[in-house]
Design a protein around this ligand. Structure first.
Ligand code: OAD
Length: 230
């Protein structure tokens, strides 16, 4: 096994205290996707949207990586081959754990994006609607989050990695949001083994060769120890 591609979702950060989206009482029970996670919602009420991400940025800043994040960083450092981590998460817990290469396909809470010229820069802790772009000066700063209806980042590169993967692992993601939910099928199509980590089978669980049920802080470090030991 030479190349491992990993996709993480909100479930890997749950045990660090960051709520998932689709759990009972999760973020999408408290907030309407249309209001806080679409370009149309932002156009309608930018203050509401900016406040939502300001609160999440503050929460993520307080959070610490857990044993699953740390195990993946260890895997990246010690594996004799290539480890590619793609995350749907907008927190920075993989980086805080020491992971060097993280592809944030849904953007990042610590980033700002200019709606006029597409410049990306480090976000202040508290953003405000109408903040000016440091480059083109348009009052068009927004959180650097990929909203529904927008194209996720790095897709071409991610599909290249999936095509070369020997193993694809999905960790803590419900398999409801495409294109990420389609990665398992894509990796399989190119001959990868596939392994899911979740508390229960995800919406695309039947497409994985194998599943490890349980909290990521237990199942992921166990698996990493096996990979590095074997
Ligand atoms: P979800 O909230 O949809 O799913 C979280 C998954 O993690 C569920 O399948 C849980 O069973 C699992 N889970 C929860 N706690 C876990 C634990 N301790 N160990 C292992 N698994 C656990 O979150 P995502 O799949 O990440 O997009 O959501 C995908 C995208 O939908 C997000 O990136 C976000 C959201 O709308 C945007 O905002 C664009």
């Amino acid at each position: 096994m030479k190349k491992i591609v990993i996709l993480t979702g909100a479930g890997i950060s749950a045990e660090s205290g960051l709520g998932t989206f689709r759990a009972e009482g999760g973020l999408w029970a408290e907030h309407r996707i249309e209001d806080v996670a679409t370009p149309e919602g932002f156009a309608r009420d930018p203050q509401l949207v900016v406040d939502f991400y300001n609160a999440r940025r503050a929460q993520a800043a307080e959070a610490a990586p857990n044993a699953a994040h740390l195990a993946l960083a260890n895997l990246e450092a010690a594996f004799d081959g290539d480890v590619v981590l793609v995350t749907q998460n907008v927190d920075d817990l993989h980086e805080k754990a020491g992971m060097k290469r993280v592809m944030h396909m849904h953007g990042a809470l610590n980033g700002a994006l200019c709606g006029a010229c597409d410049l990306r820069w480090p976000a202040p802790m508290v953003m405000a609607p109408g903040d000016a772009c440091p480059h083109c000066k348009a009052p068009a700063a927004r959180p650097d989050i990929v909203w529904f209806g927008e194209m996720p980042y790095d897709m071409e590169e991610i599909y290249d990695h999936l095509a070369q993967a020997d193993l694809f692992a999905g960790i803590g993601t419900s398999g409801n949001v495409y294109p990420a939910a389609g990665f398992v099928a894509e990796a399989r199509r190119h001959g990868a083994q596939t392994l899911e980590f979740n508390l229960e089978p995800s919406a695309v669980g039947s497409q994985f060769d194998d599943i490890r049920i349980g909290p990521a802080t237990q199942t992921v470090p166990e698996w990493v120890a096996e990979v590095l030991g074997g």
